[in-house]
Design a protein around this ligand. Structure first.
Ligand code: ATP
Length: 257
């Protein structure tokens, strides 16, 4: 379970650019829940993810993951049990390293001498099996540098590497936004498969309302640092895309987006 308690966050406090974003923000995510987060530009979605991952600090409040207080834990320490896939396909993997090296590195996350330990015949076979499941032919490209892959292939690999070792939470940061429509669909399908098969607690920010309604079992709509819609799986299907879009348009017009 992930719990955010009484989070307060103000950017550029005491300056002319001061932005009060979160005032007593609370969120509880049950174990195994797959949540889609939508909202207008500037509503606080990225800040929320950054706060959970430790990329930005908070002014007050606490963050608990599986009953462990991680509020003051550094970002790289949280990365040992929080997987994250970014919008930019170049961010989740190392472009100058091969697929094999990237997988070995991910496999040995948190251990020293990651690269040398992972690469033995048995492990390589295991990586090949994992890659086969992506159905992208990457199992035949183990020694190809990741920088030479397409955006979709890189996102698929990023999904695989970020969930290779057991994690407590998966963060998907608009991870299909830079892909063409067909590739986005494929990556969403793959995401769903991985999340469901491993039962990973997942938080996905997306601007794609169709994905937000179709996938996952809870939807949050954010506006101005607040949660304005919090719907369960059954409720979100009842609300439907059109109603979500209406609320979205209303709040977007209201804030001039
Ligand atoms: N590093 C920062 N410094 C100052 N203000 C920031 C910073 N990051 C975000 N903000 C402000 O916080 C608010 C929320 O921004 P955030 O990026 O979290 O929204 P978002 O919902 O992810 O938007 P988008 O959909 O455009 O990515 C905005 O008003 C933004 O200007």
């Amino acid at each position: 379970m992930l719990t955010l308690n009484n989070i307060h966050k103000t950017y550029n406090k005491g300056t002319i650019n001061e932005t009060v974003l979160f005032t007593d923000f609370n969120l509880t995510i049950a174990e195994g829940q797959f949540i889609s987060v939508v909202g207008s530009n500037g509503s606080g979605k990225s800040s929320l993810l950054n706060i959970i991952c430790g990329s930005i600090g908070i002014d007050s409040g606490s963050i608990l993951l599986r009953d462990k207080d991680i509020t003051h834990l550094k970002e790289h320490k949280r990365a040992e049990f929080i997987g994250r896939v970014f919008q930019d396909p170049s961010k989740g993997t190392c472009p100058n390293m091969t697929i094999l090296e990237n997988m070995s590195l991910a496999d040995n996350k948190g251990k020293s001498f990651g690269l040398t330990r992972g690469v033995n015949k048995k492990r390589i076979d295991y990586y090949r099996t994992l890659l086969e499941q992506l159905k992208l032919g990457l199992e035949d490209k183990l020694n190809v540098e990741v920088g030479a892959l397409s955006g979709g292939q890189r996102q698929a690999l990023a999904l695989l590497t970020s969930t290779m070792t057991p994690i407590d939470l998966l963060i998907l940061d608009e991870h299909t936004a830079a892909l063409d429509p067909k590739t986005s669909e494929n990556i969403m399908e793959l995401t769903d498969q991985i999340v469901k098969s491993k039962g990973i607690t997942t938080l996905m920010v997306t601007h794609n309302l169709k994905f937000a309604v179709e996938y996952g079992n809870r939807i949050l709509m954010m506006h101005d640092g607040n949660i304005v819609i919090d719907a369960t799986d059954a409720e979100k299907k009842e609300i439907g895309i059109n109603n979500l879009l209406s609320v979205f348009n209303e709040i977007s017009i209201e804030c001039g987006n």
